[in-house]
Design a protein around this ligand. Sequence first.
Ligand code: SIN
Length: 324
Amino acid sequence: MPRLALLATGGTIAGSGSQTAYRAGVLDARTLVEAVPRLGELAQWQIEQAFALDSRDLTPAHWLELAARVRALQADPAIDGIVITHGTDTLEETALALHLLLGNAGCVVLTAAMRPATSASADGPLNLIQAACVAGAGAGRGVLVVADGRILAADAIVKTHTHAVDALQPRPDRAATGSVLGEAVHFGGPAPAPRAALLRADAPLPRVDILYASAGAPDDLIDACVRAGARGLVLALTGHGSVPAAWREALARARAAGVSLVRASRVGAGGVWPDCNEDDEAAGTIAACHATPQQARVLLMLALAARPVPARNDLVALFAGLPC
Ligand code: SIN
């Protein structure tokens, strides 16, 4: 029987109430595990309550704390794998942060639920069982997400629906990493080549804001973010990620103040590429490539926290390298 650690962080999977009116993160980790007797037959559990939060309230400091706890657990020879329960709302951010901050020697499985534990047809119990199965079988696969029978890569998930149980999906350009049918784990291919952590960052992470473009959006928020201390801005731009003319001067001021600027798109698929917008590249902005705006923010925060801080060309390479 594998020995698994459960790190609970809150979320709807630990929610109590009806399907439409509930509070996330109120049931503790032990209650969650004891409510699903099958979990005790699948693994020996070391249970820890890391946080008890709705994931909208998680912060970058929580990513670093979680990464540090996972590192410590992975150094313990008594632990074979780790399951993290989490809210779905910012799961994609925590998953990417852990993917960047940890190597892939072990297996860390994030799981979640769209329906609270006390609702009819709660999806959390099966997700937990399937996460345990994957964590026990996934050594060498690094950080994964398991939900609704899918195994998803941590750098490629998106939440696509506000309430459907299959809300967590692979990004449109990526396939699922595998599936779980009942308790049978099927990976779509062999484990990736071993790799170390891609970034190492210390708290506090620098401020990086996301600015959402829309028809006629004014530029004054750009200056406001810089005045408030942002070291990076992710621009969630229209279409294929070109900067509106009305934003160019304010962005040039931000750039001159040393702020890193990343062009992402508010469109859900297709990415933003350096060769699409030569003027914007010449103005010093960086194409997010595959990264969504929220992923680009995670990557930029962690990169700007690294010592030494990467130069623009290194940031360009980091974005081009995701997925990695
Ligand atoms: C949360 O993200 O904590 C609440 C929503 C969810 O888990 O689905």
